[in-house]
Design a protein around this ligand. Structure first.
Ligand code: CA
Length: 408
């Protein structure tokens, strides 16, 4: 692509020390990007028309878009720092989220009972999805959707996929369900309380409060109803649990087991698997219930038998750690306890509140890590690494209990 060529030649000249020419090329490259983008939009317009977007709407909602090239870095970003599952869960299911979830169960009690009556999904599950997806409506993402999806429709690896989402976003704007200035979300196009993609919105969002609009940005009733509708359409089984923690016999092989490999509760019982408190599995589920064995951290960490409803939660975001966060948060909202088996680590993860305390310590020590916001980015990790080195700890840049305690 011409744009890429300009950027590359700019960089190579820069390294030869001809900075001015490189800057000129960069400016030219930005111009080339814009004209590229305009011709891309011109090319997409007839397709958009076929997809139900009038030429007037297309002009109205795409006319002022300037491509946001910073999004492409996110598309190509390979996370070099993968979180262990105990870090992921420590921040997603912490005391603060459990407390706020319980508050919201009370606050939206009436809506949630009507949602349960219509869709058969219990309040705790719906609120847990809400809490993990958007922190109960507090974190939506800040990218204007038409701009983000327009950029991804014209540049980068997955243009065909994003064009469908782009057209869906334009149809949503055309329908008037959500005002253009309110349609903002993640860089990849997920938006609102439930972080639906635009095509998911079109298929599954509901106007639960019956005011004539399906509004997942500013209407909690619509958001909670739409979440339950999503789960039901993906196969939710009313009244069934997602699964539960279990205890495995010491010599049991877990090779080849997983969420998808379902066996009956009776079969698991015959292998010596018990409830986590040592009681028989029969006390928790009917013998013929089909369940897969989930061991997110291997045989020495917590183990779970998971049912069909776990797969349904999984379908929301296609990651087992993610599904486990929602499932566990739902249990905690019902008054359930933390996992009984410890994660196989001597350095457990931090809640969001603890991450903020750690960041404040690093700021006090003079590290320029920006605001103490509880988000562990590359600056925080570099500062942790420096402190770990100073203290003679393993210098991996990870925010865990050990470095927090060492700095307190
Ligand atoms: Ca509505």
């Amino acid at each position: 692509m011409a744009t890429r060529f300009h950027i590359k030649s700019g960089i190579s000249l820069f390294f030869h020390g001809i900075t001015l020419i490189s800057l000129a090329l960069a400016a030219q490259s930005a111009q080339a990007q814009e004209s590229d983008f305009t011709s891309c939009m011109n090319r997409l317009q007839p397709e958009a028309q076929k997809a139900g977007i009038s030429s007037r709407s297309f002009k109205q909602f795409t006319g002022n878009i300037v491509p946001d090239m910073s999004i492409l870095e996110k598309l190509d970003y390979q996370p070099e720092f993968r979180q262990p599952i105990w870090d992921y869960l420590a921040a997603l299911v912490d005391d603060q989220r459990i407390q706020e979830g319980k508050q919201n169960l009370g606050l939206y009690k009436d809506t949630l009972s009507r949602v349960q009556a219509r869709y058969g999904v219990d309040p705790a599950t719906v609120v847990a999805v809400w809490g993990v997806e958007s922190n109960f409506g507090q974190t939506f993402g800040k990218y204007p959707l038409a701009q983000a999806l327009g950029t991804l429709s014209c540049y980068g690896r997955r243009q065909a996929f994003f064009q469908k989402e782009f057209f869906a976003a334009l149809r949503i704007l055309q329908s008037g369900d959500i005002a253009p200035e309110r349609l903002v979300g993640s860089w990849a196009g997920a938006f609102g309380h439930t972080q639906f993609m635009p095509t998911t919105f079109e298929r599954l969002a509901v106007d639960f409060d019956a005011d004539g609009q399906r509004d997942l940005m500013d209407n909690v009733d619509d958001a909670l109803g739409s979440t339950a509708n999503y789960l039901v359409k993906n196969g939710w089984q009313t009244g069934q649990p997602w699964g539960f923690e279990v205890k495995l016999p010491k010599d049991m092989s877990i090779a080849g087991e997983g969420r998808r490999k379902k066996r009956s509760i009776q079969t698991w019982a015959s292998k010596g698997v018990t409830a986590v408190n040592g009681k028989a599995l029969a006390s928790l589920a009917a013998p013929s219930t089909q369940a897969g064995l989930l061991t997110p951290a291997g045989a020495n960490g917590p183990a779970f038998l998971v049912f069909k409803n776990f797969d349904v939660i999984y379908s929301y975001n296609a990651a087992e750690s993610y599904a486990l966060a929602i499932a566990h948060l739902a249990d905690r909202l019902r008054g359930g306890e933390a996992f009984q088996t410890a994660w196989p680590t001597d350095d457990p993860g931090l809640s969001r509140a603890e991450r903020i305390v750690l960041q404040k310590k690093l700021l006090q020590k003079g590290y320029a890590i920006g605001e103490a916001d509880g988000l562990i980015g590359s600056k925080t990790r570099e500062a942790i690494k420096a402190e770990q080195t100073r203290l003679g700890l393993k210098a991996d840049g990870r925010a865990g209990q050990k470095i927090l305690k060492a700095l307190q």
